[in-house]
Design a protein around this ligand. Structure first.
Ligand code: ATP
Ligand code: MN
Length: 482
C-alpha cells in the first residue's frame, strides 16, 4: 500500500478509504489519540488507536518524537478540532524515542537551546514552518525571474578576485599550514597553491553576473556567499545566500522598480501559499511581543506587516534627504542615537535606518545617491547634484522594518575612463580585473543590479528575531556546528 501524505489527506479528505500514513508523534492523549505530523504540512492528523486492540507494550512506545506507521480507515471525526481522523487497524513503531534522553520536549523551548540542537529543531512547529516558508520563497524567486525571462547564472564559489571589498574573505588553500612554501623574500608562495594563486570564497557573484548580463540581457544568481566579518549581530551570517539580478539597459529607477516588484511578488506568494505556516509564526511572534514593554511592541501582526509591505509603495529618497531628516529628528536632537548624525558623508548606522523606516516613514524605504566615498568602485558616478556637498553614485539600499538593509544595489559605471579613474583612486588593481574592464572596452552599455540577502528576506517573512534561526545550520563567529 502506498503511503499518503498528511497534507493530501487533510486537503482531499477521502473519507471511508483505506490509508497508510507515517510520521512523528506530536502528542498522545488518553492512550488513544495520536497527533501525527509528517512534515508535509503544519497540521497534524489525528490517529485514533483503540487501546483494547493493541498490546500495552506497543502503546507504551508511542512517545513524543517517536516515528510510527499507521494503516486504517479515514473517518469523519466525532471530536472538535479536526474534520477527519484515522481509525487505526495496523500500527507499527518505526523508531522509538526515549523521552528521558530526547532533547526536545512537548513545551516551549528557547531559540538558543534549539540552535544548539539545530539537528533536531526541524521537528518543532516553529522551525518546520520556517523551513517550509524558506523553500516557498526560494521557489517564488526562481519563478519571478523565470517568468520575466531572466537566465539563472551560476557564478563561481571559489574566486581569485579579492578586489571587490564587499567583506572580509575566507581563504581557500591546499598549502600546508605548518610549513607553507615560501618565496625568496619569505612570503607564502601561492604559485604553489592548488590554483597557482591565492583564492577565497566569494563574497558576491555580482562582477561575474555583469559579464553575463552584457550578453544574455538579464541574469540572476542565487547562491552561497561568505563573509568573514566579525559581526555578532542578529542580521549577519558568515555564510548566507544571495540573489543578484543584473540587467543590461536598466538604470537606477528600473533597478528600484525591479527590486520592489520582486519583493512584493515573493511576499504575496508566501501570503497565498503558506497560510498555515504563517499562522504558526504569527502566533509565535505575538507571544514574543507580549514579553516586551508596551511601547516596544509592534502594532502589527505578522500577516498585517507582510500585507503592509506588499500593498504600499516604497518611499524613495536620496541619502542627502535622509541625512536632513535624521539630523533634525527628535532622537538626534535629544542625543538618543548611539552615533549622532552630524555631517554629510558618513555611512548610516542601523539605528538610523530603522528610525527612518519604523518611526519616520513607517514604510519600506529606498535610499539612493549615496556619497561615492562610502560605496563600491563599480557604482555609476552621478553628475554633481544641486545642494549636495560631495560626489555621489547611483546606489540604492532598500530598508525594511525590523531588518534594516535588505537589498543593496546600483546602476553600474559603464564608462571605461570613469571606471578606471575610480579604481585608481581606490587602489584597486586593474590587471586583476582586466576581464571586468573588458566589458567596458567592448560593447559596453548602461546596466544595473542588486543583491538581496535571502536570509534577511526569510527573517522578514517569518517574523523570526535572529537570522541564525532562518538558515538550517548557521555559520557565525565561533560556530560551525553540524
Ligand atoms: P550590511 O551593511 O547590513 O552589513 P552590506 O552593505 O555589507 O550589508 P551588501 O554588500 O550590499 O551588504 O550585500 C547585499 C545584501 O546581502 C545586503 O543588502 C544584505 O541583505 C545581505 N547581507 C550582507 N551581508 C550579510 C551577512 N553577513 N549575512 C546575511 N546577509 C547579508
Ligand atoms: Mn556588511
Amino acid at each position: 500500500m502506498q503511503r499518503s501524505k498528511i497534507a493530501d489527506i487533510l486537503r482531499e479528505e477521502p473519507v471511508n478509504s483505506e490509508v497508510l500514513v507515517k510520521g512523528w508523534v506530536k502528542a498522545f492523549r488518553n492512550n488513544q489519540f495520536i497527533a501525527l505530523n509528517d512534515g508535509s504540512t503544519a497540521s497534524n492528523l489525528q490517529v485514533v488507536v483503540d487501546f483494547e486492540r493493541f498490546d500495552a507494550a506497543t502503546l507504551d512506545r508511542i512517545k513524543f518524537g517517536a516515528c510510527i506507521s499507521a494503516t486504517g480507515t479515514l473517518v469523519e471525526s466525532q471530536g472538535k478540532g479536526q474534520k477527519v481522523e484515522l481509525k487505526t487497524e495496523v500500527l507499527e513503531i518505526l523508531g522509538d524515542c526515549n523521552p528521558d534522553e530526547y532533547p526536545l520536549q512537548p513545551k516551549k523551548q528557547s531559540p538558543e537551546f534549539l540552535r544548539e540542537n539545530a539537528h533536531l529543531r526541524f521537528r518543532t512547529n516553529t522551525f518546520s514552518a520556517v523551513f517550509r516558508i524558506r523553500h516557498a520563497l526560494a521557489y517564488a524567486i526562481h519563478k519571478f525571474f523565470n517568468d520575466r525571462g531572466f537566465c539563472y547564472l551560476h557564478t563561481p564559489i571559489i574566486t581569485a578576485s579579492d578586489a571587490e571589498g564587499a567583506g572580509e574573505m575566507f581563504r581557500v588553500t591546499t598549502l600546508s599550514m605548518e610549513n607553507p612554501p615560501r618565496t625568496e623574500s619569505g612570503e607564502i608562495n601561492f604559485k604553489e597553491d592548488f590554483f597557482g594563486k591565492s583564492t577565497n570564497l566569494t563574497v558576491s557573484g555580482q562582477l561575474e553576473a555583469e559579464l553575463g548580463a552584457l550578453a544574455l540581457g538579464a541574469v540572476y544568481t542565487f547562491g552561497p556567499t561568505f563573509r568573514a566579518e566579525n559581526s555578532n549581530t542578529t542580521r549577519h551570517l558568515a555564510e548566507f545566500w544571495m540573489i543578484e539580478p543584473e540587467v543590461a539597459f536598466n538604470d537606477l529607477r528600473d533597478n528600484m522598480d525591479l527590486a520592489e516588484d520582486m519583493l512584493r511578488y515573493v511576499i504575496n506568494y508566501a501570503l497565498e501559499h503558506c497560510a498555515d505556516d504563517l499562522k504558526i509564526l504569527e502566533d509565535r511572534l505575538t507571544e514574543e511581543e507580549k514579553t516586551k514593554p508596551q511601547d516596544q511592541r509592534s502594532e502589527l501582526s505578522l500577516t498585517e506587516k507582510l500585507k503592509f509591505v506588499s500593498e504600499n509603495e516604497f518611499i524613495r529618497l536620496t541619502y542627502t534627504e535622509a541625512i536632513d531628516i535624521l539630523r533634525n529628528s527628535n532622537p538626534n536632537k535629544k542625543g538618543k542615537f548611539q552615533f549622532p548624525v552630524e555631517g554629510w558623508g558618513t555611512d548610516l548606522q542601523s539605528e538610523h535606518e530603522r528610525y527612518l523606516v519604523e518611526k519616520h516613514f513607517k514604510k519600506p524605504v529606498i535610499l539612493t545617491n549615496y556619497p561615492a566615498a562610502i560605496k563600491a568602485f563599480y557604482m555609476r558616478q552621478d553628475e554633481p547634484l544641486e545642494g549636495v556637498p560631495g560626489p555621489t553614485v547611483s546606489a540604492m539600499d532598500i530598508l525594511f522594518p525590523g531588518i534594516g538593509e535588505i537589498v543593496g544595489g546600483s546602476q553600474r559605471e559603464e564608462r571605461y575612463d570613469r571606471l578606471v579613474n575610480r579604481m585608481r583612486e581606490m587602489h584597486i588593481p586593474e590587471e586583476e580585473l582586466y576581464w571586468y574592464l573588458d566589458t567596458r572596452r567592448f560593447g559596453t552599455c548602461p546596466h544595473a543590479g542588486f543583491g538581496l540577502g535571502f536570509e534577511r528576506l526569510v527573517l522578514f517573512v517569518t517574523g523570526m528575531t535572529n537570522i541564525r534561526d532562518v538558515i538550517a545550520f548557521p555559520r557565525y563567529p565561533g560556530s560551525a556546528e553540524f
